[in-house]
Design a protein around this ligand. Structure first.
Ligand SMILES: C[S@@+](CC[C@H](N)C(=O)[O-])C[C@H]1O[C@@H](n2cnc3c(N)ncnc32)[C@H](O)[C@@H]1O
Length: 322
């Protein structure tokens, strides 16, 4: 069970345990981590730097508590050229992001930041960038709020579980990143100083399309077959397309539910198959919608695992001029 996020204490000023955050309104995960899917983030940042050498504005939707935007900043070689907007509709996450205090826990994906033994070269480089923008602070007097009771019990029994470090965002990073409450469906109205060279929307498409495969396959939730997922994605990609500058990139996450879709009543029967009793689309819906624009091309593929298999899926798309 996930304990609800408790923001009542004025001292609860440290970022929530991002690997376990859950939005109590939607019951969907708001979890994030620093450098989640490092290969994709690194590729995205080098494409941004190559295509926008004089800088650009970067929109990080589904920014959660800011850890993704801070990771992007940490990977940029000339961060002063870029403005980053970290945007999320979950108010608590934005409040934590604005406070600027974070923790890295032994149990999270970004544990390499606090574990010197197991770092790859790419992780070492990422950790160096991280240290440029965050300074380590003492364990705060008030601990965080949404730690599941099971973890607390483990912590009491096993000191390894308490291995955690705390950080504060440095002033320069605060000048480069703005944390804003907002929804990607309003992207058309979002004002930036310059044309937008990159839009990130990672591991959140399932929130928009009611495509929670983890809930459906692992917890037996009833799949929603009433929504028109093709139309939802078409509206989103249309808005993203309008907002992105030529050569701009659109970056997706590597969760299966971002790439494999529940078939709905609008899906032709020939394009679906029942998997464990759930109607699943056979065609790569998101790719279809992006290709229909006539000018998005895939720039980076990664293996995405789904049930017992995996398939290479495009995670970075570029808006070409054609
Ligand atoms: C699982 S988290 C992913 C966080 C981060 N992008 C990552 O991959 O680590 C999903 C986030 O998407 C946000 N979200 C859900 N619907 C959204 C929308 N319509 N526009 C922008 N963000 C949304 C949620 O509030 C949540 O913080």
């Amino acid at each position: 069970m996930i304990t609800a996020i408790n923001n009542n204490s004025p001292q609860s000023n440290i970022s929530f345990k991002s690997y376990y955050a859950c939005n109590p309104k939607t019951h969907l995960p708001a979890s994030s981590s620093f450098f989640g899917d490092l290969p994709t983030l690194k590729t995205a940042v080098s494409l941004i730097e190559k295509n926008f050498p004089n800088g650009t504005d970067i929109l990080v939707y589904a920014g959660s508590n800011g850890e993704e935007a801070i990771s992007i900043l940490s990977l940029l070689r000339k961060p002063d050229k870029f403005n980053i907007y970290s945007i999320d509709p979950f108010k608590n996450a934005i409040e934590y992001a604005k406070d600027g205090f974070f923790s890295v826990h032994w149990f999270a994906d970004d544990a390499f930041l606090i574990n010197n033994k197991l770092k790859t070269d790419a992780e070492k480089k990422a950790a160096k960038g991280f240290a440029k923008h965050l300074r380590e602070i003492e364990r705060p007097r008030f601990d965080l709020n949404n730690i599941p009771e099971e973890f607390r019990a483990l912590e009491r029994e096993n000191p390894y579980f308490t291995f955690e470090r705390f950080y504060q965002l440095k002033p320069f990073a605060r000048t480069r990143i703005q944390f804003i409450e907002g929804d990607i469906r309003d992207i058309g109205k979002f004002k930036t100083e310059r044309p937008v060279g990159a839009i990130f929307f990672r591991n959140a498409l399932y929130h928009l399309t009611d495509n929670d495969l983890v809930g459906i396959f692992n917890h037996g939730y009833k799949p929603n077959t009433e929504v028109n997922r093709y139309e939802i994605l078409r509206a989103l990609i249309n808005d993203v397309d309008k907002k992105l500058a030529p050569n701009g990139i659109f970056v997706l996450g590597n969760h299966a539910q971002e790439h494999f879709y529940v078939a709905d009543k609008y899906t032709p029967k020939t394009r679906q198959e029942n998997i464990r009793g759930i109607p699943i689309r056979l065609d790569p819906l998101l790719d279809t919608v992006l290709k229909e624009t006539g000018h998005f091309e895939s720039r980076y593929m990664q293996k995405v695992t789904f049930l017992n298999g995996s398939l290479e899926r495009p995670l970075i798309w570029q808006k070409t001029n054609s």
